[in-house]
Design a protein around this ligand. Sequence first.
Ligand code: AMP
Length: 416
Amino acid sequence: MTLDNYNFAGKKAIVRVDFNVPLDENGNITDDTRIRGALPTLKKILNDGGSLIIMSHMGKPKGKVNPKFSLAQIKDAVAKALGRDVKFAADCANASEAAADLKPGEVLLLENLRFYPEEEGKPVGIEKTDPAYDAAKKEMKARQKEFAKKLASYADVYVNDAFGTAHRKHASTAVIADYFDAQDKMLGYLMEKEVKAVDNILSDIKRPFTAIMGGSKVSTKIGIIENLMDKVDNLILCGGMTYTFAKAQGGKIGDSICENDKLDLALDIIKKAKEKGVNLVLGTDCVAADSFSNDAKTMVVSAMEIPDGWQGLDAGPETRKAFADVIRDAKTILWNGPAGVFEFDNFTDGSRAIADAIVEATDKGAFSLVGGGDSVACVNKFGVADQVSYVSTGGGALLEAIEGKVLPGVAAIKGE
Ligand code: AMP
């Protein structure tokens, strides 16, 4: 079933959203992107004349009640965004009455699902090495089903609009779907958009396809790099991982960030790229700093010849030009991870050059997908988020989808 084909009039809909918004020390929301992201789905249900039960996690309370992670803190913001009152159920697993009392157009927000260990379904207080672990896990999985069944009992229809957690097989993201018929469960608009964007990258590829992978480490990106190797024409690797590649090829990297146990892996990636005919583009020069700080003294040096006491914190001018030249001609673009320590204003040039080239290519008709927390922060910082084709809200979920993994949150609804 799809959201557009469903009439919610007189129905109670339970919607899994990702309202895991960042809060400051006073509990004020510092970025409400995730709340805004779910609004089209929530409004469609209310406008149809349905009633709404909203459920989400926040932070990592590890199965225990913790006021620091209470969704009560965002109730008013949700009410404001929806333009109507929001009731609050302080215990998500005991909300039957509150749900039953809902009238068409009314909204109930459930307390943080992760106050219950059943949500994630992982046994608590027991190590994986403990001989009793398997039995504890089995018991927790049974409890997880009961928890999901309880949540399902509140509503007639289930909608999953939480792309950020779609890669998790949790009670509210996947298990709950078992308690609804195929015609009464569906993806929300945000999820539909995310799934389509990934599909554009994985199956509907216009060439050349250029992927830009940055960030601090190669180890956390290896799954996606390997999967992309079969698909892309150009693979730009930048950010902190530059120096693991430089060292692996015999370069001197000074005090730059480096994963010494991944040198062989770096060489293997270079070899695989050659075998598969992928144009692997690595940084040749860098902006090196004499300390890890915004005010550090800097100089431009070869990424293979960084003196001791210096560390590469951004892409150099030659590298920026090489990256931009490749990106500008692309027809499909994926960007994940910054080219430097973009949090420091003096080390944003590499990431900015990438962002500008992506905007240019998009302008010429390329499809560009930017995803993963830090690259999203980059396009926001540079004010170009609305000049790329799609900015994904999912970090881990996006990476896993592009690695080619089936997302449990999507599979639970589509029955794949
Ligand atoms: P990731 O979470 O792996 O995507 O990495 C993002 C982080 O990588 C950001 O916080 C950047 O500051 C950091 N980063 C990017 N380039 C470098 C670099 N050359 N040295 C140290 N950290 C970097």
